[in-house]
Design a protein around this ligand. Structure first.
Ligand SMILES: [Zn+2]
Length: 218
């Protein structure tokens, strides 16, 4: 994929964060690895979603240093860069403070796997990562170390919000949308009583089927 095309894709995917009500003001971002290079594209800092253009999407190296673009990169760039450096399989990263998922993060509580849709997408609970301050590698380290032990492409960083990963940026956006959706449903379920867990063997079967059989074969 050409760089110009990737910038357009990432620009358009930011509109999905708005459409699915995952962001307030400018607090959310999408990035994508430039295939076959040690660079990635990411949202510029502090620009409203309506004002984003493909040309305003900036290019950084895997240390998070700006290499192309007029604007300063997102303040979350170091976290995205850390994930790309340590997870060569990851092609896209998304960060939001979406309401229900972040409410679980505020309690430091993983979202338990009590829905078949969660087993499909996340292969288990959505885990909680450590409390980490912005400014160095600690958010990135927390994301990578937490997701290491999980099939989930989403992590709830404690007292902060959601980071998701995917094979490309679109997959990471999908994970962010699904994460908020199940966080909301399980929140509502629990308001009425204790949700019923799904047996681990059934979670495995659901995950396996969804990841390998579901959808259109190409
Ligand atoms: Zn944040």
């Amino acid at each position: 994929m050409r760089l110009a095309e990737l910038r357009r894709t990432v620009c358009e995917l930011h509109a999905e964060l708005v459409r699915y009500r995952l962001v307030a003001w400018t607090a959310g971002n999408v990035s994508a690895r430039v295939p076959g290079s040690d660079r990635f594209v990411i949202k510029p800092s502090g620009i409203s979603y309506d004002d984003l253009t493909p040309e305003s999407i900036v290019v950084c190296d895997l240390d998070g240093t700006l290499v192309e673009g007029e604007l300063a990169p997102s303040s979350d760039t170091a976290a995205h860069a850390y994930v790309y450096r340590h997870r060569p399989d990851v092609g896209g990263v998304v960060h939001t403070h979406s309401t229900y998922a972040t409410a679980w993060a505020a309690r430091g509580e993983p979202v338990p796997c009590v829905l078949t849709a969660m087993a499909d997408e996340f292969g288990g609970e959505i885990p909680v990562g450590p409390f980490a301050l912005i400014g160095d590698d600690s958010i990135g380290r927390g994301i990578v170390s937490t997701l290491d032990g999980h099939r989930s492409p989403a992590v709830l960083m404690r007292n902060h919000g959601v980071f998701t990963i995917g094979s490309d940026a679109r997959a990471a956006v999908k994970a962010a949308v699904m994460c908020e959706d199940v966080a909301r449903t399980v929140h509502i379920a629990r308001a009425g009583g204790e949700p019923v867990p799904i047996p681990p063997a059934d979670i495995d079967r659901l995950y396996e089927r969804y990841q390998n059989v579901y959808g259109q074969r190409r």
